[in-house]
Design a protein around this ligand. Structure first.
Ligand code: SF4
Length: 316
């Protein structure tokens, strides 16, 4: 495999259409359990906010599907939060995920920060997503406004310098480090997303670089790591797959890197949580017989943060 150099033009050339969305309604919302930083299993409400598309064009991203071309009107984001909260049971923590960067002023209007803060301060933790280029004083101002714990999720993706460059994310490992360290110094917890097997890596090097990236994130002081098995589905990833530059990771390696990560955090940083994303994980099955059991095992490890007994199957 080689490391494909991707441009915005490459991404845009093969994109399918976006989904039609209402700026006054979130495009999805759900409550699910998650292991908290206090070691409890708490309910987390995730609101997938409808807002303007992220200005970056990352190789693996398909979040733009559920975004708008224009900035939402002032008042729409608080209305979306109300819409979801009225329809779901109470939860301990809140994720406000906007398919982009919360502190991008073209995404979440700054005029809405006070109204958002009033609605979210009842949650023990508020988690938003952001890019290092939008990480600055506004994050600290928002932390003060919400009067509860703020956690910011930043995609480091990988510390492999050539692969990170080829993801067209327009950031370096050093950009991530500086943004994360500034936030941590200001009492904002940092969560990070790391890719398992981004384009250009085979199975073994995919696991190896994911583990190196876990170690780096821990050294910087992140308090939560979310491992994302790299998926196709945005047009460009299918092109890379056809060219031999990408193939999805196997579910056995999703288990393996989660085991390695859990083992490592238990000795080096026991309060850090490490999760494997299992959304749409059937696409990573090696075998239909043991695939569902392997997803179940990953989900149990996510909640317990312990290595669970291995799945035994004739597939090896
Ligand atoms: S910064 Fe995040 S939301 Fe924006 S294109 Fe990259 S992965 Fe997608």
């Amino acid at each position: 495999m080689t490391w494909p150099q991707i441009t915005d033009g490459d991404v845009l050339a093969v994109r399918p259409r976006k989904n039609p969305l209402d700026p006054w309604k979130p495009y999805a919302f759900l409550v699910e359990p998650e292991r908290s930083s206090a070691g409890r299993i708490d309910d987390v409400l995730t609101i997938f906010l409808t807002n303007r598309e992220c200005p970056f064009r990352c190789t693996m991203c398909d979040l733009w599907r559920n975004t708008l071309d224009e900035r939402v009107p002032v008042g729409a984001i608080p209305a979306q939060i109300d819409y979801a909260c009225e329809r779901l049971p109470p939860a301990n923590h809140l994720k406000l995920y906007n398919a982009g960067n919360f502190f991008d002023p073209q995404a979440i209007p700054r005029e809405d920060y006070i109204d958002i803060a009033r609605r979210v301060r009842k949650f023990a933790t508020v988690i938003v997503e952001n890019h290092p280029r939008f990480t600055g004083d506004e994050c600290i101002r928002f932390r003060d406004l919400i009067q509860t714990s703020l956690e910011i999720a930043i995609g480091l993706e990988t510390i492999h310098p050539a692969i990170l460059a080829s993801l067209n994310k327009r950031m370096t490992v050093n950009d991530f480090d500086k943004a994360a360290q500034m936030l941590i110094k200001n009492q904002v917890a940092v969560r990070t997303f790391l890719l398992l097997k981004p384009p250009g890596l085979d199975e073994e090097s995919g696991v190896d670089w994911a583990f190196r990236s876990i170690k780096h994130a821990l050294e910087i002081g992140v308090s939560c790591i979310s491992l994302i098995p790299t998926r196709s589905g945005n047009g460009l990833m299918e092109r890379l797959e056809a060219e031999g530059n990408f193939s999805p990771p196997r579910i056995k390696n999703m288990e393996r890197i989660l085991e390695q990560g859990l083992e490592y955090v238990q000795t080096s940083s026991p309060t850090t949580r490490i999760f494997m994303d299992v959304w749409d994980a059937t696409r990573f099955f090696d075998c239909e017989k043991c695939g569902p059991a392997r997803i179940g095992r990953i989900q149990r490890m996510n909640l317990s943060q312990q290595i669970e007994p291995a799945i035994v199957c004739q597939c090896g």
